[in-house]
Design a protein around this ligand. Structure first.
Ligand code: SF4
Ligand code: MG
Length: 317
């Protein structure tokens, strides 16, 4: 609810303090058990920071995170322990998020040892998890550098599953991988979701990546959600000009449809979150911007009657 993260400003050489950067500015959403939300937007839009606040790797500046009806926002580590195992994270770059000096057995089993399992139990479970994610259990005593990027990400996924989590926040889990293996890892995560009844917050900068895995999708721009809705609502009929632009960058398989559709090219780069534009923060890049957009901030509200989708735009659709 209303998650906000302000990173403090640095002190400049003249001794003045630069203003803080609001990386996330009032993000709210609900996620049901076994549901999957895609969190999409360009780099720097606050999606990773949002993901880290959800699993409590970062404490929000304001706002709250509830899990299973309990407010976990400010819990001390001891009070957090019973929730910890249910909230796990998969990171973007598998090789840098795995300790190069630990064997796969150790990497995957570590969360179980922390929970008090014996070494033999943890090792057996690690071998099971390797099989579950499509790795060869006999490779359990190898080190991360002996695996390809795609395999290393499978190790990261296995580690995230060791404690039987209910929610996995996956922060761009395939962005660092070769295009040829991205689909395999997405398919694996989709299968695990079905088989284990997991809920995901699946972070990506590209709408095409989350399409297969997600029930709902939220599009972020400069720290805020600008559109959130059921996958079909958003993909079939995007309401926010920014969502339209992101979607028009995804190639369509049918060449006739590809020729016929409206292309939206964004002007310029996203502005710095240190000095967001007034009104609708998207207005300097928006092909549809009117005067009101430069002064009044559009709030997130239901798009059309009968939809669950919410959109923050004065002139949606
Ligand atoms: Fe574009 Fe205006 Fe909508 Fe912002 S509020 S996205 S500037 S049309
Ligand atoms: Mg990121």
């Amino acid at each position: 609810r209303d998650l906000t993260m302000t990173f403090p400003g640095k002190r400049t050489r003249s001794g003045r303090k630069s203003p803080g950067i609001k990386a996330v500015d009032g993000v709210s959403f609900d996620l049901g058990a076994g549901e999957t939300l895609g969190l999409v937007g360009e780099s720097g839009c606050g999606k990773s920071t949002t993901g880290r606040m959800i699993v409590r790797l970062l404490e929000p500046t304001s706002g709250s995170v509830s899990f299973d009806g309990a407010d976990i926002t400010h819990l001390k580590p001891s009070a957090m322990r019973p929730h910890r195992k249910h909230l796990q994270m998969v990171f973007q770059d598998p090789h840098s998020s795995l300790n190069p000096r630990q064997t796969v057995a150790r990497i995957i089993a570590d969360p179980l040892l922390v929970q008090g399992k014996s070494v033999a139990q943890a090792r057996a479970r690690a071998a099971e998890l390797m099989e579950l994610v499509g790795l060869i259990p006999e490779h359990i005593d190898r080190y991360p550098h002996e695996f390809s990027g795609g395999q290393a990400q499978r190790i990261g996924i296995a580690r995230s599953l060791a404690t039987d989590p209910r929610l996995v926040v996956a922060d761009e889990p395939v962005s660092a991988l070769d295009v040829s293996v991205q689909a395999q890892v997405v398919n694996l995560m989709e299968r695990l979701r079905r088989e284990l009844g997991l809920a995901y917050v699946f972070i990506a900068h590209d709408l095409s990546v989350v399409k297969r895995v997600c029930d709902r999708v939220a599009v972020m721009y400069l720290g805020r959600i600008v559109e959130i809705g059921d996958k079909h609502e958003v993909y079939d009929n995007p309401a926010h000009p920014y969502t339209k632009a992101l979607l028009s960058a995804v190639p369509l398989p049918d060449p006739a449809a590809e020729r016929a559709r409206e292309r939206i090219t964004l002007l310029g780069d996203p502005p710095s979150p240190a000095s967001p534009p007034p009104g609708c923060t998207f207005h300097p890049r928006c092909p549809r911007a009117q005067d009101v957009c430069r002064t009044e901030r559009p709030l997130l509200r239901i798009g059309m009657p009968g939809e669950r989708r919410e959109v923050a735009c004065h002139f949606p659709y």
